[in-house]
Ligand binder design. Structure first.
Ligand SMILES: Cc1cc2nc3c(=O)[nH]c(=O)nc-3n(C[C@H](O)[C@H](O)[C@H](O)COP(=O)(O)OP(=O)(O)OC[C@H]3O[C@@H](n4cnc5c(N)ncnc54)[C@H](O)[C@@H]3O)c2cc1C
Length: 387
């Protein structure tokens, strides 16, 4: 159980449902992940979340070409840093306390629709239920078995954790580094943690990805990492949402719900295609799924498909705009960022400031896109109303 499974199970149990949850591993367990949570996540997590936070981020340093960089600073948090083993265990404990039966070290291997219910086979036994929720991550067995033919969009991402003193490189734990310079079609990041750093690269446009090479170049050229002995990175697929940037008619139909099976989090490919953020969507999709499952099981006038509709309404257009921005940002050669950063420093930094406000929950991708369009119109004399 990662954030998606633990949140779904917790919410379902709170709604009076009986839940059995399986995990092939035992918590606390390591998960390849930067552990960066956008600050808006506080709106959807239990109130004592801050007791397990490893760092609060107020500053974002952007490297965008050569040695050029700038720092954006905010009075309110932009992000929170967590260690995934601590964060996930905390969520799992919440679910356990809410009454969920948690069976660890028990891999799910097969799922069978029995018509009036579902049978889940694990390496240790067989279990019957009314609905199965696939919260089993990027390589989901539930998705493979219950959603055959689904389009998959995994991209490789790499992460390493450095444990040790970083005081010479990072003054505090309040600044994250995002480097558009680090990867050809993505970015590199350095996230400060209390006892070290989490760093990695993600390449978000499919085709010709070379994350290993990008990671090597990143750690050898990034001055903030100079002199640190960075352990070899681990790879994990990042299932970015399949959201054709310019197809407004595109619908998710059947990609999150089929018969008695539901997908949440990475299993449902609910990862932001611009940033690679998945934890927020894992938690939130779990909450949406739990609400639909509970109402469907209580009242046959409801249907599980309501979950897919609600998830699409909340994330669909957002992911499509994120995809569009990704195609522009990662499609441009890095020299364009360097040029834009120098030629239009105010506009360039303002867009990135709005982006950070999105992480705070003060903007959405749609409002950000509208602001970018407005700004682009201005040099050509098309002033917008009210400005
Ligand atoms: C390199 C990298 C860096 C990332 N950095 C960030 C970041 O900084 N911020 C962010 O928001 N997102 C980040 N992500 C994405 C984030 O890690 C995922 O989106 C998030 O973990 C999704 O949660 P989940 O619960 O859906 O899946 P997972 O966290 O993958 O959890 C799935 C769980 O299912 C269990 N499982 C799998 N198969 C089975 C089975 N057959 N039977 C039983 N149990 C099973 C696993 O043991 C695991 O506990 C990153 C991803 C990568 C690869």
């Amino acid at each position: 159980m990662g954030p998606a499974g633990a949140s779904t199970a917790y919410e379902l149990s709170q709604l009076g449902m009986s839940v059995v949850a399986f995990d092939k591993q035992v918590h606390p367990r390591y998960k390849v992940c930067g552990g960066g949570l956008s600050a808006r996540i506080t709106r959807i997590l239990p109130a004592d979340f801050k007791t397990i936070v490893d760092g609060t981020v107020y500053r974002v340093q952007f490297n965008y070409g050569g040695t050029d960089s700038f720092i954006l600073e905010f009075p309110r948090p932009v992000a929170y840093m967590v260690m995934r083993q601590t964060f996930d265990q905390w969520l799992v404990e919440k679910a356990r306390q809410a009454g969920v039966e948690i069976r660890e070290e028990e891999s799910v291997v097969a799922i069978q629709d029995l018509g009036d219910g579902i049978e889940v086979a694990t390496r240790k036994g067989r279990y019957r239920g009314r609905v199965v929720i696939g919260a089993d991550g990027a390589m989901s067995v539930v998705a493979q078995q219950c959603f055959p033919g689904r389009e998959v969009g995994n991209i490789p991402a790499l992460e390493s954790e450095y444990h040790g003193d970083t005081s010479h490189a990072f003054q505090d734990t309040q600044t994250v580094l995002i480097s558009l310079q680090a990867a050809k079609k993505g970015y590199g990041w350095v996230f400060p943690k209390e006892k070290g750093l989490s760093l990695g690269v993600g390449e978000f446009v499919r085709g010709g990805n070379r994350p290993k090479r990008s990671f090597g170049d990143f750690i050898s050229h990034e001055s903030a990492l100079a002199g640190l002995s960075i352990p070899s990175p681990l790879a994990h697929p990042l299932p970015i949402a399949h959201s054709p940037a310019y197809r407004s008619d595109y619908r998710w139909a059947g990609s999150l719900v089929r018969d008695r099976a539901i997908l949440v989090g990475d299993a449902g490919h609910l990862v932001d295609p611009l940033l690679g953020e998945g934890i927020y969507y894992a938690v939130r999709s779990g909450q949406l799924a739990a609400a639909s499952v509970a109402s469907t099981l209580r009242d046959p006038r409801h249907r599980l498909e309501e979950y897919e509709k609600n998830a699409e309404a909340e994330f669909g257009l957002e992911f499509r705009v994120a995809s569009r921005l990704g195609a522009i940002i990662y499609g441009l050669p890095r020299s364009c960022h360097w040029w834009a950063g120098r030629a239009f420093p105010d506009a360039y930094q303002r867009v990135l400031r709005h982006y950070c406000e999105l992480l705070q929950g003060r903007e959405t991708y749609q409002t950000l896109w509208a602001k970018i369009l407005q700004r682009l119109k201005r040099p050509f004399g098309c002033s917008s109303p009210g400005r």
